[in-house]
Each structure stands twice: as C-alpha cells, then as structure tokens.
Design a protein around this ligand. Structure first.
Ligand SMILES: [Ca+2]
Length: 180
C-alpha cells in the first residue's frame, strides 16, 4: 500500500483530484506558491474571488478546495488522498492531520455557501470571503477569533466556542480569522 500511495503523491499536484481522470493534468501542474492560496473548484484552478459562492476547505493550504455541494466537500475532507499532496507542495503538511476549527457561512442561520477552516486565514480576500461571513459554527471544540481587517487587524470579535447564527454589527465585516 505504501508504494501505491507514493505513486499517487507524485502526480497529484495542485488542484488535481483523484478520480476525475478526464481532467487534463497540465491544467493544474503549477504548484501553489507557499503563502499565496490557490483556489480549486472540482479540481480546476479558479479565480479565488469566486470562492465565496462554493463549499470550500483549507485543509491542504495553500490549496483551497471548493465544491458545488456540501456533500462533495465532505467526501473530499473524509478522503485521505490529499495528505501526501500537501507535503509535496512544501506547505502546511501537518495541517492535513488536523481537524477544522470552524465552519463559516455566507448567510445568517448557518446557510448558504460555507468554508471549513483548518488554519489561520490572514486575508479572507485572497480566498474570496472578505466581508461575506454572516454566521459560523465552531467545529471540534474550536474557538475562532475574528478581525475586521486582514492579518488580525482592526476590530477583534470573540464569541468563545459558541455557534453564532447572526453576527449583528459584525455581519459581513470579517477579513481575517484564527484559532483562539
Ligand atoms: Ca453575508
């Protein structure tokens, strides 16, 4: 089994997704630059500014994986295949072993497109989520912190480990988030 995983790791690079064999692998051959997120939808790289319309996760940061349904995202997050890929990209490989600390939503009451965050997101604009978040639910006992500016700047918001269905004055204001 180890040999099989090794072969996968060599060609699963960038946005490529196992199982979508019809995709031309050259499309996503360029690995993500460390620290600059690359956003993928169904295995194809897209403009990151559109990611707020989909169901995404950053487990393989700086590769942001997006899907058209929550179910497709869940299937990807539950699949082990991406772990060696993160190591190849020279990125936060250990993050693949972690769990998400929060799911945030575009709309109030935990509805609309959403994002499962595993890592510090210093600039939500880079992943298409600047000033969009309207509700959130901590995951795995997580304690998300929020800022109205990028890089933990501006006003800080902290609800502890509570889920928050409506953000009041903080609605559509967040530009960075991290674990508390
Ligand atoms: Ca919103």
């Amino acid at each position: 089994m180890n040999g099989s995983k090794g072969r996968r790791a060599r060609w699963v690079i960038g946005c490529a997704v196992l199982g979508l064999l019809a995709l031309p692998m050259t499309v996503s051959a360029a690995p993500a630059t460390n620290g600059v997120p690359s956003v993928c939808l169904d295995g194809q790289r897209i403009d990151g500014h559109g990611a707020g319309s989909f169901y995404c996760h950053d487990r393989d940061y700086p590769v942001i994986r997006c899907f058209r349904t929550d179910a497709d995202r869940a299937a990807d997050e539950n699949a082990p295949a991406a772990a060696p890929e993160a190591a190849i990209a020279g990125s936060a490989g250990p993050a693949s072993l972690l769990s998400p600390y929060v799911r945030w939503y575009r709309d109030a009451n935990f509805s609309g497109p959403s994002f499962d965050a595993y890592v510090y997101e210093a600039n939500l604009a880079a992943i298409g989520w600047d000033n969009l978040i309207s509700s959130f639910a901590p995951l795995n006992g997580g304690h998300p912190l929020w800022w109205t500016g990028p890089n933990r700047s501006g006003t800080k918001w902290d609800w502890g480990t509570a889920s928050v269905a409506t953000l009041g004055a903080a609605n559509d204001q967040f530009s960075s988030t991290d674990k508390g």
